[in-house]
Design a binder for this molecule. Structure first.
Ligand SMILES: [Zn+2]
Length: 227
């Protein structure tokens, strides 16, 4: 029995279009999965990504989920319920969504601010932020995130949180962030979970992975030096 000739021949596949990493879906040059040990987070993370968010190279949403054992990453526009988005039973009242509306954190508020129904900081922050089962972060441009918000009515039942980060995004000038808090999806998730669990190491670990990805990105764009 003769074997059919391999098609396409390996020479026809340039390295630049080699298969992306199956986990983070980034080009191999930008993949930092090998250095990630997923964290056993108590507060769950649900990332909902708009189907048209296409920043494969600099996007951080999938990388955020790769850092966590208790995380679900979904691409789509709408789900009939939180449970359907998560793939398991869940009470939306025990979850919080990172709010897109105009929160007005006061100068002395913390980095994570629970909001009331009117978008003002909740009177009892500790109570509003306690016993949350998980947080939902919408990934996409400002208008894409807004579309996700309006198409998923069950989010109205969730608690709302705004961020008031004390540090700038690690993106620097690499990318304009549409969110008002200025953070990438990974940075927002890291700040939220570290605060809600009282474990700063969650943020440290996730930011470390993000920094390595950005370093790899900058290295991949740097002019090649031939010796
Ligand atoms: Zn990867």
């Amino acid at each position: 029995m003769t074997e059919a000739p391999a098609s396409p021949s390996p020479a026809a596949v340039p390295a630049a279009v080699a298969a992306p990493c199956p986990q983070c879906l980034k080009p191999q040059a930008l993949c930092v999965c090998a250095g990630i040990t997923p964290i056993a987070n108590r507060v769950g993370l649900l990332v909902l990504q708009h189907p048209q968010e296409q920043d494969v190279e600099l996007g951080s949403a999938r990388l955020a989920a790769c850092h966590l054992k208790n995380a679900v990453f979904k691409i789509g526009l709408s789900w009939p319920s939180l449970g359907k988005a998560l793939g398991r039973t869940a009470d939306p009242k025990a979850w919080a969504v990172l709010y897109l509306g105009s929160a007005k954190p006061t100068a002395n508020s913390g980095e994570v601010v629970a909001l009331d129904r009117k978008g003002n900081p909740a009177a009892d922050q500790a109570k509003a932020l306690s016993r949350l089962e998980g947080v939902i972060v919408l990934d996409g441009t400002w208008s894409q995130a807004k579309a996700l918000w309006w198409r998923n009515a069950w989010m109205l039942k969730c608690k709302r949180i705004a961020l008031n980060p004390h540090h700038m995004s690690l993106y620097g000038k690499l990318r304009k962030e549409p969110r008002r808090d200025g953070l990438s999806t990974l940075e927002a998730a890291a700040l939220l979970l570290a605060h809600l669990e009282g474990k700063p190491e969650i943020q440290t670990t996730m930011l470390d992975g993000f920094r390595r990805m950005l370093d790899a990105y900058r290295a991949s764009k740097a002019p090649k030096v031939t010796v």
